[in-house]
Ligand binder design. Structure first.
Ligand code: ANZ
Ligand code: ZN
Length: 859
């Protein structure tokens, strides 16, 4: 346990309410100075952890900084409140998920009240509130009307633990569910999709204009969208539709030795009707891993090589070809592609491979494929012989194009977004299925389609489909008996537009009004975890581009992009104690911390090994923000969080290190009180024009630090250096009071500026300092960010004073000091050291040069 600091705690309590209210209210009029600072809204799990405190502190610092700069800051907070944890808790505890969620929101809101974050609570939203999801449904219907929402039978990812479908994005590279960790199964089901791929090009290329995004996040998005530029090639075959393939290597066309189709290719589907062996192969192959190189050669069917029609090419069916990429078919070039090479070895062992590309220097090595994209076309390459791969690529595309057997083509890895979930606690999809009309939109007047209150929720099956009352309705279009859609939406749909709702949270007619949204969007600062670098941000970009494209807001200047500047904060890691002998994680009560640098096992006395790791219950390394705040006060806690690590980095949480911050805050408070006890000081209202060189040095130091603090907040969001600059600034001011060469009124002026600039990070201490100063009659514009003043030129030089050829003393003065020799003599005569040599003598000569003042004197 840490010693608590009751003074800082009580200052925190004293100013809490005032500080929570911030200093400006959003006003409607001033259109130019609007700024939108947003942190990713939390899932209402019931407890805030230290990671939350870190994000909210960062966004609140930005919020308060812009308030001080006179901006209208939108800094809202809400709840990402749908999702499985509530439903699972409801099943376990037999409580309504709505009640569970509401209680959690209450608890977390109370905890947020301790964090000194000034949010626009009058704009609070919860995605599970019918007033909110009514508009999620309306947006879905906008997508539906514009052809972006459609139902399709698809092979989907089925999570057998959570009993629901998952989006591709929610399955990791090992085929496990992002939430339950279960091995995902494939199932064929009719599901709702959103046509995100129609924006694939924009989603890929508009990333380049997002200068305010971390490059690694842009890279992750690009990889996910996966644009690939290549060529579509047609392989004709007798009496069946031609086969189209996608290739990024058209220059390898003469090395093609086979064509392979995916298991669900339309030709395969047709042929398997009459081919039992094929049927059997497909059955076996569906269970094989995607990287399996097993194949099945179609008998008696060959296709024609597009540039050499006499040459016939065999056709295989194999699981390594993806059904949902390109055209679900590849041209196989075993000599130049690793996968094709492996496939050929497995299915046509011993048969030679046709190398058409080689390096200019070395001989062909037939033990593996030649995969380099740079090389020259060799003698096997027909009319391409002698060309570079680059030239060959161009020529092949030209030939194919003129024959009508190919054209340039762009493919994306991105798939349409599967939003159907067979769970209760989500936004109902507002569709009614009618036998004669098909899927019909629920009319506006009937929105929201509310979740029925069900008595029992179960883990198996879709709870909504078991409610007859919910399911059986009339078709809104023809009146015939019809069935309501029972799928709910992926919760990422709820969070893909919430930032728009914050701009107009009370709108009863629309998800958001055009003017309100256009006034604040795009978001100026969006702060959150890097774990959302793909899913949430991609979906949000899609919905923003869609809503801009149908004129719901003015996205013209941002290309419909929702986020100007993205700030991803690092994780908070907890101090973890491990018994080196057993490898066991130690509980706090098992640790002897009497010597904090050498923690020991309480029962064995053995030294423990210490590391910082992701916080988890099983490692006993969690930290509770509430206990830290109640021990040290909110200001010290905030400053400590910011000071310990740069925003994007991992923060190794060590509460004991907070003492440094506490001492600094205490020193400032004491200093301010002692200064204000001395009421005789008259404060300077502005920088005086007659500063001496000591004052100029102080002035320059202060302005440099103020400028650095401003830049750190405004441009680079380097909040750890803001705190260290605060400390330096305070040290300067504290030191200046001790100097007899500096007017106290000037030091006091700078203390006021420090008090103001402290406000974003330590608002309660800033208020306390201000109240001490004000009580003593020192009044100023407390909530106005100081203007940075010019640095005054005047370097201080150490002059060597030489008298009759001997170096007698060193004197510090400004550069221009030696210009007036009378003043030099006067000054030197006044110095105690100078008196010794210059009293009662006649000065015969004075020479000044550079840093040297040379005097010739006679008694
Ligand atoms: C012939 C070739 C020769 C290829 C060569 C590569 C190297 P990216 O960059 O990821 O787009 N391909 C095309 N469709 C496929 C599918 N549905 N399933 C599996 N593989 C597929 O990759 C494009 C390359 O992936 C294409 O270029 C194709 O193989 C393969 F020396 O065509 B290539
Ligand atoms: Zn109907």
């Amino acid at each position: 346990a840490q010693l608590s600091n009751s003074n800082l705690v009580s200052i925190g309590n004293k100013w809490n309410e005032k500080v929570l209210n911030g200093i400006t209210k959003l006003s409607k009029d001033d259109r130019n100075k609007n700024i939108y600072v947003l942190c990713m809204f939390p899932y209402p799990s019931g407890t805030l952890h230290i990671g939350h405190l870190r994000v909210y502190t960062i966004s609140d610092v930005v919020n308060r900084f812009y308030q001080l700069k006179g901006y209208n800051v939108l800094h809202p907070m809400g709840w990402d409140a749908f999702g499985l944890p509530a439903e699972n808790a409801a099943i376990e505890r037999k409580v309504n998920p709505a009640i569970w969620t509401k209680e959690n929101i209450g608890k977390m809101k109370a905890q947020m009240g301790m964090m000194a974050s000034n949010f626009n609570w009058d704009r609070e939203i919860a995605t599970c509130d019918p007033e909110y999801y009514k508009f999620t449904q309306k947006l879905f219907l906008e997508l539906f009307k514009n052809g972006y929402a459609y139902r399709k039978e698809a092979e989907i990812n089925w999570d057998p633990v959570d009993q629901t479908v998952l989006a591709n994005e929610q399955v990791d590279s090992n085929g496990k569910s992002w939430r339950s960790g279960a091995q995902v199964e494939k199932k064929l089901l009719s599901q709702w999709f959103l046509g995100i791929t129609r924006f694939a090009h924009e989603l890929q290329h508009d990333l380049d204009g997002l200068d305010g995004w971390p490059s690694h996040v842009k890279r992750m998005q690009k990889n996910w969208i996966g644009e690939s530029k290549g060529v579509e090639v047609v392989f004709n075959l007798p009496s069946i539709d031609p086969i189209k393939i996608f290739t990024t290597r058209p220059e390898t066309l003469y090395s093609v030795q086979f064509v392979t189709l995916a298991l669900d290719h339309s030709i395969v589907r047709k042929l398997k009707e009459e081919d039992n062996n094929l049927q059997e192969f497909i059955h076996r192959a569906e269970k094989l891993p995607e990287d399996s190189k097993k194949g099945y050669m179609l008998s008696n069917i060959f296709c024609q090589h597009p540039l050499d029609p006499k040459k016939t090419v065999p056709i295989f069916v194999a699981p390594y070809v993806l059904g949902n990429y390109g055209h679900g078919a590849v041209m196989g070039c075993p000599a130049h592609d690793q996968r094709d090479f492996d496939f050929w070895k497995e299915n046509c062992p011993g048969k030679p491979m046709i190398y058409t590309v080689s390096s200019a220097e070395a001989k062909i090595d037939t033990s593996g494929p030649y995969v380099s994209k740079d090389g020259v076309m060799n003698e096997n390459a027909g009319d391409l012989v002698g060309l570079t791969t680059h030239e060959a690529r161009k020529l092949v595309v030209e030939k194919l194009t003129s024959l009508g057997l190919g054209k340039a083509s762009v493919q994306f890895k991105l798939r349409d977004w599967l939003i159907s979930r067979q769970r209760y606690w989500g936004t109902p999809i507002p569709i009614i299925h009618c036998d004669s009309c098909g899927p019909v939109a629920v009319p506006d007047a009937d929105l929201p389609v509310k979740l029925p209150e069900l008595d029992v929720l179960s883990k198996t099956g879709n709870p909504l489909s078991k409610s007859d009352e919910f399911v059986n309705v009339k078709c809104p279009s023809c009146g015939a008996p019809a069935k309501r859609e029972t799928d709910t939406m992926d919760t990422f749909m709820d969070s893909s537009w919430y930032f728009f709702r914050f701009t107009d949270p009370h709108n009863k007619e629309l998800p958001f009004g055009y003017d309100n949204a256009s006034k604040f969007m795009p978001i100026d600062f969006y702060i959150g975890g890097v774990e959302h670098a793909i899913l949430h941000l991609l979906y949000s970009r899609f919905i923003s581009k869609f809503t801009a494209s149908i004129g719901m807001w003015d996205g013209s200047s941002s290309k419909g992009e929702p986020i100007k500047r993205l700030v991803t904060q690092g994780m908070v890691h907890g101090k973890t104690f491990v018994d080196s002998k057993t490898g066991r994680f130690m509980k706090p009560e098992e640790i002897d911390n009497s010597d904090p640098s050498n923690p020991r096992n309480r029962s064995t006395g053995e030294l423990l090994s210490v590391s910082y790791e992701k916080m988890s219950k099983s490692k006993y390394n969690g930290a509770d923000p509430a206990s830290c705040i109640s021990a040290h006060g909110i200001d010290a806690t905030r400053a400590h969080i910011l000071f310990q690590a740069p925003v994007p980095d991992v923060l190794n949480w060590d509460e004991s290190k907070i003492v440094g911050i506490e001492r600094w805050l205490e020193r400032m408070l004491k200093f301010c009180i002692s200064l204000c006890d001395n009421r005789s000081i008259t404060i300077l209202s502005k920088t005086p024009t007659d500063m001496n060189q000591h004052e100029v040095a102080l002035h320059n130091g202060v302005q440099t630090l103020l400028s650095s603090i401003t830049t750190s907040l405004e441009k680079i969001l380097s909040l750890n250096t803001v705190v260290s600059d605060y400390m330096k600034l305070f040290n300067l001011i504290e030191g200046s009071i001790k100097s007899s060469n500096i007017r106290e009124g000037l030091s006091l002026l700078y203390l006021q500026k420090l008090t103001t600039v402290l406000y974003p990070v330590v608002p309660c201490v800033s208020e306390e300092l201000a109240s001490i100063l004000m009580k003593s009659g020192y009044d100023w514009r407390q909530y106005e960010w100081p203007l940075i003043e010019e640095i005054k030129k005047s370097e201080i030089i150490k002059y060597q004073v030489i008298i009759n050829g001997k170096m007698r003393l060193i004197h510090e003065e400004s550069e221009d000091f030696i210009q007036d020799t009378n003043k030099v003599i006067e000054t030197l005569k006044c110095l105690p050291e100078g008196k010794k040599y210059l009293d009662d003598v006649v000065i015969k000569k004075i020479i000044t040069k550079g840093k040297i003042i040379s005097l010739v004197v006679k008694p």
